[in-house]
Design a protein around this ligand. Structure first.
Ligand SMILES: [Zn+2]
Length: 338
């Protein structure tokens, strides 16, 4: 029997190994730049450039625009400022700015010192060591001195989003117009999470049913998982039944990356809600626990006033709630992908 067991574990080990190799092959993508060659290869496909990588000051410089393309940065996310002589690239919530002649780059507003500065070569291409940009986006770079190639292993990590349906269990949140805030936020959150997963994001919910979760527990889940974005869903309430509309919150001392993500999400949702006569109350700042204690960018959406009869009528409509949830998912996806 021992022999059979050993054979069995060997078979299991081989199956595990094969599947590990397969998943590696499926996720690892590579881009290769060659010194002196006006082409690069990405996933086996050769693509032409109008300038070639070169060596200067002992470093390999590659054209920024083609490097960005190789990393999957879309052309509309590459911006050049004549005034400041800076180039800005953005993808998946990461914004990288580099300035001609400056030995530093900015990653989401944070300065990172570099040992050489970007240069411009004919026909007006910014060149710099691939490592600076590739690593800023989370990829790995390997220099092969004998082959004179720069190989970038492109990680295809999915962005991690926490959706936080407010309240639950013994805490129903606001209750009015036969609506409970905790029910609405849960219904929206489940739909948002499902759609984000379909869009390729890695999603976690702070609760998936009607239960109480402390604010500490909500923030801890996001922090332990090392989330990229935390989106808390709530409905508003006011003693004045005329108060209505949509508003977003960010932490009062939020960083620029959080402000940028929250703005994109808010603007898209406000435009969607405007069609239904829902006023845009803007992005507000607050010292809410889940916004302050989450390490990732975080925003809290106050999805209409359940104390207002017109807002409540929209929230009572289950089909309309599905449309709102879909719009929230699309807004989050677009914000993280630009
Ligand atoms: Zn609430």
């Amino acid at each position: 029997m021992k022999f059979v067991r050993n054979i069995f574990s060997l078979v299991i080990a081989i199956v595990v190994l094969i599947s590990a190799f397969n998943s590696e092959a499926a996720t690892a993508q590579q881009a290769v730049f060659f010194i002196g060659a006006k082409r690069y290869v990405v996933n086996g496909q050769s693509i032409e450039m109008d300038s070639a990588p070169f060596i200067q000051e002992g470093r390999t410089f590659v054209p920024l625009r083609f490097l960005a393309y190789a990393l999957g940065v879309p052309p509309e996310n590459i911006h050049w400022s004549d005034e400041s002589r800076t180039a800005t690239l953005s993808k998946d919530g990461v914004i990288v700015t580099t300035a001609i002649g400056k030995k530093a780059l900015y990653i989401n507003g944070r300065q990172v010192k570099t040992d050489v500065a970007p240069v411009i070569i004919p026909p007006g291409r910014i060149c710099l060591p691939a490592r600076y940009i590739a690593e800023a986006f989370g990829h790995k770079v390997h220099w092969n001195a004998s082959a004179r190639t720069v190989t970038i292993t492109i990680s295809t990590r999915r962005a991690k989003v926490v959706i936080d349906p407010g309240h639950g269990g013994h805490d129903p949140g606001a209750v009015a117009n036969s609506l409970r805030e905790s029910d609405i936020t849960l219904d929206l959150a489940l739909k948002v999470a499902q759609e984000l997963e379909q869009l390729g994001f890695d999603v976690r919910l702070t609760r998936e049913d009607d239960r109480y979760i402390s604010l500490e527990g909500r923030a801890a889940l996001a922090n332990q998982w090392d989330a990229d974005l935390f989106v808390s869903l709530h409905c508003n309430a006011a003693s004045n039944p005329a108060a209505r509309g949509f508003e977003s919150y960010i932490y009062s001392r939020a960083q620029s990356s959080t402000r940028e993500l929250a703005r994109k999400i808010h603007e898209r949702l406000a435009a969607f809600l405007y069609q239904f006569g829902v006023p845009d109350r803007g992005i507000k700042e607050a010292n809410f626990y889940v916004l302050r204690e989450t390490k990732s960018p975080a925003t809290l959406l106050e999805c209409l006033f359940i104390t207002n009869s017109e807002d409540a009528k929209l929230l009572q409509d289950v089909n309309w709630r599905s449309r709102l949830a879909s719009e929230i998912a699309q807004a989050v996806a677009a914000a993280l992908s630009s």
